[in-house]
Design a protein around this ligand. Structure first.
Ligand SMILES: Nc1ncnc2c1ncn2[C@@H]1O[C@H](COP(=O)(O)OP(=O)(O)OP(=O)(O)O)[C@@H](O)[C@H]1O
Length: 312
């Protein structure tokens, strides 16, 4: 049984806004990335998983429990870090932590202390006087102090400095190693790349692709940039080549082309008759894959897309 399951969930806010027929499953121990720009529908999806909002259509469950009907019970299994923070007024960090511990019936504060140390959180200040970064750290500590088995993170590193961002990524990886199931919404490619096993790309409320992170890393499609020693070599190559050359830079005697591993030998044969200054591989990244979807006008149905790509 998947730990998190969404089946054909639609919430239509009108005027094309909302989420439409969103489906995915997250297995135990998996880190699932939900990638999309502002307004794509990430927060709406997460709010439905947290039971804050009832879908117009479809079903959502966490650990087999309906997210809307069993919201009050589910929260004990889930650590939720919201994108926008809201704290009670007139409390210090310590008071808020105590309040949350009572709310969750936590008596052993060892794990909370560990989290405070990891994130170097000073809880003595009044919350209203805390910097945004400190408030985010307080949110992190209180979201995970009950050591939940499921983590739902809505743009978790926004507002954290680079050192703390890195520490947060390490925290996610440790939690993953401990068998936690994690949903991470983000528009930061590097953190998704560093942590996720699978990634869904959401566009205009629709999941347009779901990919295994390994699929990207092991893609046999490669892109190369070649610079020839002279314009003569550049021209000779272009006249003789059997490859399609999508990008030509005569001013720099350069070309860019895409090829699969099997075609590599042919490229070297063609290059043996000309002089080159260098040949460099252009790495295909998650960002390239993502931009491919956002560059395109049409929406691609989930699963239909191969890792075919052009140069950007
Ligand atoms: N309660 C609501 N009423 C009406 N429209 C809403 C509501 N909540 C969200 N929307 C709309 O649904 C769309 C998706 O918003 P959502 O906040 O889920 O996007 P997001 O991907 O989380 O973006 P961001 O990164 O900006 O938080 C947007 O067009 C938003 O304006």
């Amino acid at each position: 049984m998947p730990v998190i399951e969404m089946k054909h969930v639609t919430k239509d806010y009108g005027y094309g806004r909302g989420i439409f027929d969103v489906s995915f499953e997250i297995k135990k121990g998996e880190v699932f990335g939900f990638l999309g720009p502002n307004g794509a529908g990430k927060t709406t999806t997460i709010r439905h998983l947290m039971g804050f909002s009832k879908p117009h259509e479809g079903e959502l469950s966490i650990n087999g429990k309906d997210c809307w009907k069993a919201a009050a019970i589910i929260k004990y299994d889930v650590g939720y870090l919201p994108g926008e923070l809201a704290f009670p007024k007139n409390m210090t960090g310590d008071q808020f932590i105590k309040f949350m511990a009572e709310e969750r019936q936590i008596t052993d504060m060892t794990h909370t202390e560990e989290l405070k140390n990891i994130f170097e959180l000073d809880t003595s200040e009044d919350i209203k006087e805390m910097s945004l970064g400190t408030k985010r750290k307080l949110a992190v500590v209180t979201a995970f102090m009950h050591n939940p088995s499921v983590l739902i993170l809505d743009e978790p590193t926004s507002g954290l400095d680079p050192v703390m961002q890195e520490r947060f990524i390490q925290f996610i990886l440790n939690e993953k190693a401990n068998g936690k199931t994690i949903l991470l919404s983000s528009h930061i490619f590097s953190e998704v790349d560093a942590t996720c096993d699978r990634i869904a790309i959401i566009k205009d409320g629709v999941v347009v692709s779901t990919i295994e992170a390994n699929q990207l890393k092991q893609s046999t499609n490669k892109a190369f940039k070649i610079e020839f020693s002279s314009f003569q070599d550049y021209q000779t190559f272009l006249e003789d080549t059997k490859f399609t050359i999508p990008i030509k830079r005569p001013d720099q005697n350069q070309v860019k082309l895409n090829l699969t591993d099997e075609k590599m030998q042919q490229l070297f044969i063609e290059l043996s008759g000309v002089k080159v200054n260098f040949i460099s591989e252009i790495k295909f990244t998650l960002e390239d894959y993502f931009m491919d979807f956002y560059d395109r006008k049409k929406t691609v149905a989930a699963g239909e897309e191969n890792l075919q790509h052009g140069l950007h």
